[in-house]
Design a protein around this ligand. Structure first.
Ligand code: UDP
Length: 354
């Protein structure tokens, strides 16, 4: 088996591959006569894995871990270990279907609400007619053993496990080896997309890495879940070099405690006392702080040593945030504000992005 070096982003190991390389690696796994599993972590996974050791181990034990989300790519960049790019779960799934179609292999779909896997299967077969759909099962089952027996009896080559994280990853590791399947891929809500229940983000959103924004606009109830995601970027910033996170920005009025580090950034982002909705504070707060710092410092290089010990400070080095990150962060803040705007329609935003 080929050994690839992984890149760590905030504790989670990723394969540094382009979409084409990921498809080749997946095809190689599918050709081997033993069990493999693929994970597609996004920033939500990273935050969850920080608190859940078992989940982290399962992610890091995967044969392939693909960066499913622009947040992962930017976090990797910020902390100084850039990845080649994003490989979304859906894109990888399409590539695996195409590979399975060429071999005339067997596919099993597991997950989503009753009826969704069957509909996803029907639509997949329309496009990949040489695939045999050997089973489809919803993701709200009680008896795990019974499902495993059904899967094993169906003898799939490829199995999409779409139970949401971390359930799908834990299921793959626990039952994968006994299932007889060669390749399992944890794919979250992808069956809803394949079944046509959830719309895929239009091209313009995809190109800009804004699938998350499209999804938020379609499902505004996800706002609570998504509001934490910019924290990943802040963590990455902190991970890059805690000592350099230092500047003269005074935000003590807001009740920020002195010191530097992830803890304070998190506290800053979560402070209701900032008087602004937390959702639009995230990274833009740090970015604004950085911009302010640059103004204060003029052209001078930030001098961490000289600036230490000045009391109530939020420590951010403007130079540690490059222009692209700043743009992204603005986009996130801007995007979320737009998404929350009651009058805005997805069509309008699509038109803006095209
Ligand atoms: N799901 C499931 N069983 C469960 C919980 C969730 O099959 O016990 C399905 C759910 O119906 C959805 C998918 O898992 O189709 C995960 O959706 P989510 O939006 O959480 O995942 P994401 O796409 O964000 O990874």
């Amino acid at each position: 088996m080929e050994v690839r070096l992984k890149k760590e982003v905030l504790g989670v190991n990723f394969d540094d591959l382009t979409r084409e390389e990921a498809a080749q690696a997946g095809a190689a796994l599918l050709a081997e006569d033993k069990f493999h599993y693929v994970v597609t972590p996004n920033p939500e996974f990273i935050l969850a894995a920080e608190k859940d050791r078992e989940f982290l181990q399962v992610l890091n034990g995967a044969d392939l871990a693909l960066a499913d989300g622009i947040g992962v790519v930017y976090s990797a960049k910020i902390q100084g270990t850039p990845l080649k790019g994003r490989v979304t779960g859906i894109a990888f799934a399409e590539d695996m279907l195409s590979c399975l179609n060429e071999r005339g292999g067997r596919l099993y779909l597991l997950g989503a609400k009753p009826g969704v896997a069957e509909e996803a299967g029907r639509r997949i077969l329309e496009r990949y007619p040489s695939i045999t759909l050997c089973g489809a099962q919803d993701g709200y089952f009680k008896d795990e053993e019974a499902v495993l027996l059904k899967v094993a009896a169906a003898r799939p080559d490829l199995l999409f496990v779409c139970l949401g994280a971390p359930k799908q990853e834990l299921w793959m590791v626990k039952h994968g080896p006994a299932s007889g399947a060669r390749l399992m891929v944890g794919l979250g809500g992808s069956l809803d997309v394949f079944a046509g229940i959830v719309e895929r983000a239009p091209e313009g959103f995809q190109r800009l890495g804004l699938e998350w924004l499209f999804r938020l606009m379609k499902e505004p109830s996800r706002i609570g879940r998504m509001s934490k995601l910019p924290l990943v970027l802040v963590d990455a910033l902190a991970a890059r070099n805690l000592d350099r996170l230092c500047t003269t920005v005074q935000i003590s009025d807001t009740g920020l405690v002195p010191g530097s580090g992830v803890g304070n950034h998190r506290m800053a982002l979560n402070r209701e006392s900032l008087g602004v909705p937390v959702i639009s504070m995230g990274v833009p707060t740090v970015v604004e702080a950085a911009t302010l710092a640059r103004d204060l410092l003029g052209d001078r290089e930030a001098e961490p040593e000289a600036l230490r010990g000045q009391g109530q400070r939020l420590f951010v080095t403007p130079d540690s945030i490059d222009a692209k990150i700043r743009d992204l962060a603005k986009l996130i803040g801007y995007g979320l504000n737009l998404a929350l705007h009651p009058g805005l329609r997805v069509e309008d935003l699509t038109a803006l992005l095209e």
